[in-house]
Write a protein that binds this ligand. Sequence first.
Ligand SMILES: *[C@@H]1O[C@H](CO)[C@@H](O)[C@H](O)[C@H]1NC(C)=O
Ligand SMILES: *[C@@H]1O[C@H](CO)[C@@H](O)[C@H](O)[C@H]1NC(C)=O
Length: 180
Amino acid sequence: CPFYSVFYEGRCFTGKCLEVYGDCDNFQDRGFMNRVNSIRVESGAWICYDHPDFRGQQYILERGEYPEFQRWNAHNDHMGSCRTIRMHGERYRIELFEGTNFSGQCVEFCDDCPFLQGRCFTSNCISSIRVYGDGAWVLYEEPNYRGRMYIVERGNYCNFSEWHAQNPNIQSIRRVVNYF
Ligand SMILES: *[C@@H]1O[C@H](CO)[C@@H](O)[C@H](O)[C@H]1NC(C)=O
Ligand SMILES: *[C@@H]1O[C@H](CO)[C@@H](O)[C@H](O)[C@H]1NC(C)=O
């Protein structure tokens, strides 16, 4: 089964649980509270949202165990929907632009970068993005893969609202690699 996760209401894989095999737009419709305190991702890579219908704060989850919500960088246990990340292969390439509509300074990456501004960008603003190749990337508002996160998959994102952000602050990026 390429996509399989189990969500638990309690910490450390206790309490009521919900098995998910693909996109789920509303946990409550499946008889599950919109509260999740631990998760086992058996296969696939996932984006979870703190609201139903793939809205709100995004959390990226890869294969592995998450015994409490801090492990997916959340500040609370609200979770309302999830979808799978389509992975195509192992070639990763992304172009980050300082300006909207693919303008201004542009830097290409094929690998993780824990601090963009230390490497090449002078401002914290990444305002448009092109994702090439096969793999998905996670964008973080803070250095070292911390803070609010956003997922981008193959395609063009002409401004920050296209990755559902409220501002263009991005300071680190990493590839989604653990999805088998
Ligand atoms: C970006 O491109 C779109 C579509 O071509 C255009 O409507 C928009 O005004 C442009 N935005 C900026 C800031 O140049
Ligand atoms: C982002 O681009 C979309 C599509 O071109 C446009 O509708 C939207 O107003 C833009 N948002 C911002 C914040 O520039």
